[in-house]
Ligand binder design. Structure first.
Ligand code: ATP
Ligand code: MG
Length: 139
């Protein structure tokens, strides 16, 4: 069965640029329900842990510095087929390759500063949501 929840972050540059409200509006207009939502800041240790899967990649250090550079918005989202539909809504990692109408096409600055995160599997959606939210923060 397709999972019905995914996890997202609005990344530091998008928060800094005042795009939080516009991005949340696009997410809700696309039919995703907000199950959990918070503004917080990752320490470099926590950012390193979140992106541990990319530890061996050449951009890991840059990614950890960037993701801990300022506050982010974390959210758990619910919709049928949430993981895949949210990846479609956000578009390709590199905004130069992102389709018209996607969040990254509209708001990403670069492949590194690409406005939003979206989980890539049901298992990671669960793990990533649990990384940020306790049971009593979900509604
Ligand atoms: P995310 O996991 O944030 O939703 P993604 O799944 O589209 O993004 P990943 O391959 O998982 O892309 O990369 C994680 C993040 O690392 C990217 O969103 C981007 O911020 C950064 N990143 C990926 N590739 C590069 C690169 N070549 N140079 C710099 N940063 C990169
Ligand atoms: Mg990814």
């Amino acid at each position: 069965m397709a999972g019905n929840r995914t996890f997202t972050m609005i990344k530091p540059e998008a928060v800094e640029n005042g795009n939080t409200g516009a991005i949340l509006a696009k997410i809700q207009e696309a039919g995703f329900k907000l199950i959990a939502l918070k503004k917080t800041r990752l320490s470099s240790e926590r950012a390193g842990e979140f992106y541990e899967v990319h530890k061996e990649r050449p951009f890991y250090g840059e990614l950890v510095d960037y993701m801990s550079s300022g506050p982010i918005i974390a959210a758990i989202l619910e919709k049928d087929n949430a993981v895949l539909d949210f990846r479609t809504l956000i578009g390709s990692t590199d905004p130069a390759e992102a389709a018209e109408g996607t969040i990254r096409k509209a708001f990403a600055e670069s492949k590194a500063k690409n406005a939003v995160h979206g989980s890539d599997s049901d298992d990671n959606a669960q793990i990533e949501g649990d990384f940020f939210f306790t049971a009593d923060e979900r509604f």
